[in-house]
Design a protein around this ligand. Structure first.
Ligand SMILES: Cc1ncc(COP(=O)(O)O)c(C=O)c1O
Length: 390
């Protein structure tokens, strides 16, 4: 195979992630490689921590990015907060809630499970009942469930956690940087995200934040954290003033993350969140005007990830291959119980744009036509255009 055949094709990424990245982030990726203890680089890590505090809306001192994809942040939060025997309430209504459950079980916690329907948020009433009946140290849940396209309302669960003195462990992988995340207001004790979605960088880093209460708990643990690499006290010694070598941090990825966060700061977090919401509404208007249906009820839709139902008789995989081959356009397949039933269309970060929405609607119309499904493309485009003007 020639080297040319292995070159990465240039795709428009509109799946669950990674998403397209801004040209400035590409340029940052070509920054010279420097050492992980270089004084110039340590300033970059400090700035990343500051900017992440802004995006997480937190004053938590311990806020930075662990090495690895979103699952590394998940593992860091779970492994540090939870000890063998701890009572933990895990809320699952999708693929990633279930991944949290698996990680929590590996810590040998005593797990209480709330299983919600895929495509709907967790009902806070179930949380209230569980907390009333069972002692709970940590409530673990997903804010933005990428497998279903549901945004979990947080206020009521946050209130219940406070009332019962339980900590909240929150997955913000598909919300941070595009959907409002209010770590301090909700009283979240540990949260994680990823670099490759709404933040707008390549994968490889996982933003995390830990409250002082969470860190006090870590310092009082009876058992050492079961992950050396993601032990937050060790990472803190590298990120914090003592600057003790912990791992060979990737300067390249961190320069890219820094640039992506600076772009967020320049755009303004509130403006960026509004952009994600407006573009989501335009996409939905277009999809529905074309005759397609959304999976999730309007009140619970996640602006960054849209689940569109695969119409009866349409071969989901053929549509996705056609989009990739004919248009270099990537969208996501359904996961778990939604496999073959939905497409997952990501509108995150640099990919959340008017031109991508128009491109997607036209290309999807063509893909459906290959299978004899007549979507009303022009109605879709004009509905999306008028929603974009609002
Ligand atoms: C909600 C959610 N949590 C966790 C993850 C895991 O992240 P990663 O694949 O970056 O490890 C994902 C990945 O898409 C996700 O969507």
């Amino acid at each position: 195979m020639s080297a040319h055949q292995l070159e990465a094709p240039s795709r428009t990424l509109m799946g669950p992630g990674p998403l397209c990245i801004h040209p400035r982030v590409y340029r940052a990726l070509t920054s010279p490689v420097i050492g992980h203890l270089d004084p110039a680089y340590l300033k970059v890590l400090d700035r990343i921590g500051e900017l992440l505090k802004m995006v997480f809306r937190t004053a938590n001192r311990l806020t930075n990015a662990t090495p690895g994809s979103g699952s590394s942040g998940m593992e860091a939060c779970v492994a540090n907060l939870i000890e063998p025997g701890d009572p933990v309430l895990v809320c699952v209504s999708g693929y990633f809630g279930d991944r949290i459950r698996q990680m929590v079980e590996r810590q040998e916690a005593r797990v209480s499970l709330i299983e919600g329907e895929w495509g709907k948020p967790i009902d806070p009433e179930l949380v209230r009942r569980s907390l009333k009946n069972t002692r709970c140290k940590v409530i673990a849940l997903v804010h933005a469930e990428t497998s279903t396209g549901v945004l979990q309302p947080m206020e009521e669960i946050a209130r219940l956690a406070k009332e019962h003195g339980a900590m909240i462990l929150l997955d913000t992988v598909t919300s941070l940087g595009g959907v409002d995340v209010k770590i301090d207001e909700w009283g979240v004790d540990a949260a994680y995200s990823c670099s490759q979605k709404c933040i707008g960088s390549p994968s490889g880093l996982s933003p995390v934040t830990f409250s002082d209460r969470a860190l006090e708990g870590v310092s009082r643990r009876k058992h050492p954290v079961r992950s050396w690499y993601l032990d937050i006290s060790l990472l803190d010694k590298y990120w914090g003033p003592s600057r003790v070598y912990h791992h060979t941090s990737s300067s390249t990825l961190n320069y890219a993350l820094l640039e992506a966060l600076q772009i967020i700061e320049e755009e303004g977090l509130d403006t960026r969140i509004k952009r994600h919401t407006r573009n989501h509404k335009a996409l939905v208007a277009g999809v529905e005007a074309m005759g397609l249906e959304m999976l999730v009820a309007p009140a619970h839709r996640l602006p960054s990830l849209n689940t569109v139902k695969v119409p009866q008789g349409i071969d989901d995989a053929k549509v996705r291959s056609y989009l990739l081959d004919a248009f270099n356009l990537e969208i996501g397949a359904g996961l778990g119980v939604l496999k073959g039933k939905v497409w997952r269309v990501g509108l995150m970060g640099y990919s959340s744009s008017a031109e991508n929405i128009i491109f997607f609607l036209s290309a999807m119309g063509q893909a459906l036509a290959q299978q004899g499904y007549k979507a009303d493309i022009s109605a879709g485009l004009s509905a999306a255009m008028s929603a974009l003007k609002q």
